[in-house]
Design a protein around this ligand. Structure first.
Ligand SMILES: Nc1ncnc2c1ncn2[C@@H]1O[C@H](COP(=O)(O)OP(=O)(O)O)[C@@H](O)[C@H]1O
Ligand SMILES: [Mg+2]
Length: 229
């Protein structure tokens, strides 16, 4: 469903140039679960931003379901992306003045059909927050805020979920709960690409892709996958 061909990304100009991605090719099939690892500054977030359309490639191509998406206009990209790709950030990026329910409903604002709150409520139940729906982010723990962010990412029923260190700010138990949720989502057919620093977490995905200096240096299939957390 996702194919990246010879992707390079260069930030800055002249002596300030940084090659964040250097000729990276990667594919993720339907139902794939890939963790991206590598040292700080190796290009992990850049790779995710390219797939999610937050950054433009310097060269290379990205295909989603056979359609080239890296060269689309902003508007066209937003339309193609809707319902297909969602993003989960380490810092959650919830709107502080809105309740959990309102945050999760937000991505549906531009859709015409009704039943938005019901769908949001269903997802908040799914992530175990049915008793926190009227809480604002400031009244929730880090793990709870991340679960709200995951519910928000799921509300458009995306086939591909991108997550940049989603458990990075969490203690082990909370991180395990989030991973168990991602595991269930993957079993249900969502494709997931997740950046993590934690080998314990990466080992529960189907494949580990290791980046170094903007290049893929290793790809490891996780044979033992299926071990529940
Ligand atoms: N907006 C930007 N402008 C300039 N350089 C950037 C920008 N974003 C990232 N970089 C540089 O690109 C490299 C890769 O960054 P990043 O993808 O964030 O790495 P990682 O997520 O693996 O820590 C780093 O050297 C970083 O400093
Ligand atoms: Mg990063």
């Amino acid at each position: 469903m996702l194919e990246i061909k010879n992707a390079s990304k260069i930030y800055g100009e002249g002596s300030a140039q940084v090659v964040a991605l250097n000729n990276v090719s990667l594919e993720a099939g339907k139902g794939g679960f890939i963790s991206i690892m590598g040292p700080s500054g190796s290009g992990k977030s850049t790779l995710l931003s390219i797939i999610g359309g937050l950054e433009r490639l310097s060269s290379g191509e990205v295909f989603l379901d056979g359609m080239r998406i890296d060269n689309l206009s902003e508007d066209a990209f937003v339309n193609i992306r809707r319902g297909k790709i969602s993003y989960v950030f380490q810092q959650y990026y919830l709107l502080p003045s809105l309740t959990a329910l309102e945050n999760v409903t937000l991505p549906l604002t531009f859709e015409r059909h009704s039943g938005h709150s019901e769908r949001a409520l269903e997802l908040l139940k799914r992530v175990g927050l049915e008793r926190r729906i009227h809480h604002k982010p400031g009244e929730l723990s880090g793990g709870e805020q991340q679960r709200v962010a995951i519910a928000r990412a799921l509300v458009t029923a995306p086939s591909l979920i991108l997550a940049d260190e989603p458990t990075g700010n969490m203690d082990k138990k909370t991180g395990d709960e989030i991973m168990s949720l991602f595991n269930d989502l993957n079993q249900e057919g969502h494709t997931i690409i997740m950046v993590t620093h934690n080998p314990e977490i990466a080992r529960h995905t189907r494949e580990i892709v290791v980046l170094q200096d903007g290049q893929i240096v290793e790809r490891i299939r996780c044979e033992g996958r299926g071990n529940q957390l």
